[in-house]
Write a protein of this length. Sequence first.
Length: 90
Amino acid sequence: MNLWRYALGLLVIFGFLAFALANDEPIKINIYLNLIVEGGLQYIYLPIYVIVFLTLFLGVFFGIVLEHIRYIKMRNLLRLRESELRKTKI
């Protein structure tokens, strides 16, 4: 089982590397913070694979954080319901 997991992980890593090597053309990203601060950066150039990996990472990160917050709320609600159930049985 672990061998298949490692093989799949290597396949995903090689896929990411192939994508990064094929898409190394820099693209222009406009930054709208210069509306607040004068003289700031108006745009930056980043390779497309950096943008794709960054959006994937941020999406997974925010998903994990939101799911953890939901889990904490559900766990607290479960504890509250269990304590109410114990009080009614006594």
